[in-house]
Design a protein around this ligand. Sequence first.
Ligand SMILES: [Fe+2]
Ligand SMILES: [Fe+2]
Length: 304
Amino acid sequence: MSAPTADRHAADRHVTAARLLKSSAKKSYDPAVDIDWDAPLPADKIWVPEHRVSLYGTELWERMTPEQRVELGKHEACSVASVGLWFEVLLMQRLLKDFYAEDPTTPRAQFALTEVADECRHSQMFARMVHTAGVEPYGPRESIRRLGKLFSVVSWGPAAYGAILVAEEVLDRLQREQAEDERIQPLMRQVNRIHIMEEARHVSFARDEVTRGMAQLSRAELAYQRFVIAYISMFVVRSLINPRVYAAVGIDPAEGRRAALGNPHHHEMIRWAGEKIMPFLDQAGLVGRPGMTWWRRSFLLGES
Ligand SMILES: [Fe+2]
Ligand SMILES: [Fe+2]
């Protein structure tokens, strides 16, 4: 890339960041005051729509009582929240490393820190919601949690921001559905509303990072970025439900996980949740060899 073109790209990325900074100043939430944490949890409300529970439609599901189905939904909602929180911590590491490497006065660097501040509040909010629900903060499986330490070491640029987009947009799609559903616990709906509002900025920022980053890759770098995003994205979607949730309704965790991973309804939910982000990543050039095996295993392509 010629020097003037590179300069223009650098200037453009600050334009997006400056716009997002303005939006952050106008609309941000403080979950400590914008959520009524002391409100009672209505006994007749559910935590997640039935058709989004990982075992929905399986033989195991048919054997469960209505109470067990609601209970599993609650544990799965809390698993997703605590895994979402883990994603946020990994994202904060990436953002801080990027901030560390650049001029702290630029709009882009300033927005990176603003996003870290947003994610700090979100992580507190998700943790508090799980605690209020009286459920264990499952997080990802231990082996995956350990692997997560490598996230900001092995991924950067388009693969890092693209994988972050998979996490953010998959969760966003599920949260939008739940925010509008009156059967869902008011606490869960309010948490989702706040998250949806602030994540829209993060999505714009990350999409911008992907588009700009892709324009600067060599062929070897492209292959690496494609492999890394596919590999991480598979773990993102497969980590959402910690198998220990199944024990809460008397199902062996290994059996529950096997049933969920073989459940066409669950595959379809993941495909649906990824419906907005996958065409973007594809057009950006990030979905391709040598990552296709991992994409297929993620269920995000709609094949299983
Ligand atoms: Fe967040
Ligand atoms: Fe975010």
